[in-house]
Design a protein around this ligand. Sequence first.
Ligand code: TPP
Ligand code: SF4
Ligand code: MG
Length: 322
Amino acid sequence: MEQIKGVKTVPLNEYYMSGHRTCQGCEPALAMKLTAKAIGPRSIVLGATGCMYVANTSYYTTPWAIPWMHTQLGAAGSAALGTSAGLKALMRKGKLKEEHINVVAICGDGGGADMGVSAISATLTHPQYDSLIVMYDNESYANTDVQASGSTPWGAVTRFTPSGTVHRITQTRIKKNMVGMLAAGHPGCKYVATVCPSFAVDMMQKIRKAIAIGGPTFVHCLTPCPKGWGFAPDLSHEMGIAAVETGVWPLYEIEDGMVRFNGRSKTIAEGGKREPVGEYTRRQDRFAHFTAEDTAYFQGTIDEMWQNWLVPAVIPLSRAAQ
Ligand SMILES: Cc1ncc(C[n+]2csc(CCOP(=O)(O)OP(=O)(O)O)c2C)c(N)n1
Ligand code: SF4
Ligand SMILES: [Mg+2]
């Protein structure tokens, strides 16, 4: 497939269309649309349980205009690997015409960063099977009413982490660094990247690149969720932009072990200004209980990742003085 060079070369055809029942302003739905555009018609999509399964599979309707199959919540990795291996076997036996079919598994953060991380890890150790895993990250188990996941940011209110009078902050865990972890631990995986639908061309370019590179690849997509994060549906787009501009969500790709920052994150990595994280948190109800101290603490975790990590915003290690 040809690389998408800019907005003028974005494919016009849609393969994720009307027929779904996601909330207004649902960015995971936009992530599906952009992914489908980038992968095109010769593709099989495997969708793990979550909003992007439940809201997309109402009886007798589907937004998918390409083959789509549901898979179990923690099974995006195994579904991708099994489908890719199955296609290969069928083609080898002459039961299927020899051609490249894109295998793309899609999971949420609960399914991918928590429950399914072992299956994703296993898939990334099999370079002979082509597949892409896209993890849309709305930073909660949204479909079951917004419980905290390992991908929920510090301090955020969820159904399981309310803010109380005795304990203002009950979500005391720091967001898991999924891409850094996968990149550092899987030498057989040639491409991992972070994306956000607010940067649509960048996202489609990376999805297509992941497929073109071959082998198992992984893309982590930050997808603002109006219901779970508590903001008006027309603000989804700017919420993604604020995540990148504040440095909360760095946009980068790692190809054959080389890290490349993209867009605004490249400017930040080169020493450019980051907006204060308050510009991001103050617009979301899940952070409404934050005091100035809480915002300062959250800011500190973002500063730490950009200033002190071995590879800023990617690998959370620093070297001890010998
Ligand atoms: C093994 C298993 N445990 C629990 C559930 C219930 N369940 C269905 S969807 C869901 C939330 C999934 O969260 P995530 O993967 O982040 O996707 P989102 O709902 O946020 O889109 C849960 C817990 C399930 N379907 N299967
Ligand atoms: S809860 Fe969030 S992720 Fe789920 S359909 Fe609504 S906006 Fe989309
Ligand atoms: Mg989720």
